[in-house]
Design a protein around this ligand. Structure first.
Ligand code: COI
Length: 356
């Protein structure tokens, strides 16, 4: 064990796995970096974090998270700029959202100090894992789950907070074909759709699998009551360029408050792009496709970044969108985001957490 400047204890891996990584073909989530950070919670408090080699952990099959779903996560990204500085994008925003997810699932909050120091220390240990090729980054996956071993339905008294990282390339390798979902529901208002809890993803698998069998890459979820308004895409928020304006569904308790969504809305205003956060009607979209008013559609998320949508299926009919070019809003805003993360453009909002 050694101690970092932040006094987090580190047990280093005996032999790094980095040589097994094909950095030219980084499939999302295929490789996990050498180390993980682990913190345990019991007796009403979080204990000292520790960095250990990434690997299996022994768990009772009766832990409450497996049975009753107290499990939440985050997704963030770290980049290495030309001068070697590591930047993690919007740490505070992710920490805030993680605590909202924890709160919704009756799980204990994590202090900003614990969250940030843990990330910082893990980045220092596994800095060699941050890829530098275009479009790549180190994806950071914090996860918190209930570890109390008991079959009774209850709020757990014990948890684990783990951070692991993975060098990644683009999440989607080609423009997407999506289907507006009018049968199944991801989340209803008043539920936990806004939280990044594991159940929101598990519940999406069946409808998404059905859509895949029909030739689609993803579904666009609609509101649970009437299936009349677009919510989000499950792995990302969704945005449209409609009548020359950037239009995106207004946040509700059924929609994840995406950090990339927020960043794009902020940048759009600075790029003099009119922005509307409002209900987006399914029929409105179909009509806009028919009369050429819908010129762009894309997903926005940490993993997906900006994912162009090529085809939207609405009420069973495919609508094709123009291929984005360098002057499309989605390409310009993606470039701007990228430039900020890599330190090419100045970070006027203080979004980057830097590690020298
Ligand atoms: C993210 O964008 O970070 C996500 O969590 C989406 C998906 C990879 C689950």
């Amino acid at each position: 064990m050694t101690a970092l400047s932040s006094s987090i204890r580190v047990q280093r891996i005996a032999k790094s796995k980095i040589n097994e990584v094909d950095f030219d073909h980084l499939e999302f989530g295929k490789y996990i970096s050498d180390h993980m950070l682990v913190v345990n919670y019991d007796h009403g408090k979080w204990h000292e974090p520790e960095i250990v080699p990434f690997g299996d952990i022994a768990m009772s099959p009766a832990i409450l998270s497996i049975h009753y779903g107290q499990s939440i996560f985050e997704g963030m990204k770290a980049y290495k700029s030309l001068n070697g500085t590591i930047t993690i994008f919007r740490v505070r925003k992710h920490w805030e959202r993680m605590n909202r997810s924890l709160d919704r699932m009756c799980m204990p909050p994590i202090s900003e100090e614990l969250f940030t120091n843990s990330l910082h220390a893990l980045m220092e240990v596994d800095r060699e894992w941050i890829p530098t090729s275009e479009g790549s980054s180190l994806y950071i996956r914090p996860v918190v789950f209930a570890t109390e071993s008991r079959l009774g339905v209850k709020i757990s008294d014990q948890y684990k907070f783990i951070i692991m990282t993975s060098p990644v390339g683009p999440y989607y390798s080609k423009p997407l074909k999506v289907k507006v979902e009018e049968t199944y529901v991801r989340a209803a208002e008043g539920g936990a759709g806004f939280a990044k809890c594991a159940g929101n993803y598990g519940v999406s698998f069946y409808p998404t699998h059905q859509a895949r069998l029909q030739g689609f890459d993803q579904v666009l979820w609609t509101d649970a009551k009437e299936h009349k308004y677009i919510d989000e895409a499950g792995t990302m928020n969704v945005m449209f360029v409609l009548n020359g304006k950037l239009v995106t569904p207004k946040l509700t308790t059924a929609i994840l408050e995406g950090v990339t969504r927020d960043s794009i809305l902020t940048l759009a205003k600075e790029m003099n792009m009119p922005v509307e956060e409002r209900k987006v009607g399914v029929d409105e979209l179909a009509e806009a496709c028919d009369n050429g008013k819908l010129t762009e559609a894309f997903g926005a998320g940490t993993a997906a970044v900006v994912a162009p949508i090529a085809t939207i299926n609405i009420h069973g009919k495919d609508h094709h969108l123009p291929t984005p070019t360098d002057t499309s809003f989605q390409q310009r805003v993606k470039q701007k985001l990228n430039n900020i993360r890599l330190g090419i453009e100045s970070d006027v909002h203080g979004w980057n957490y830097s590690i020298k």
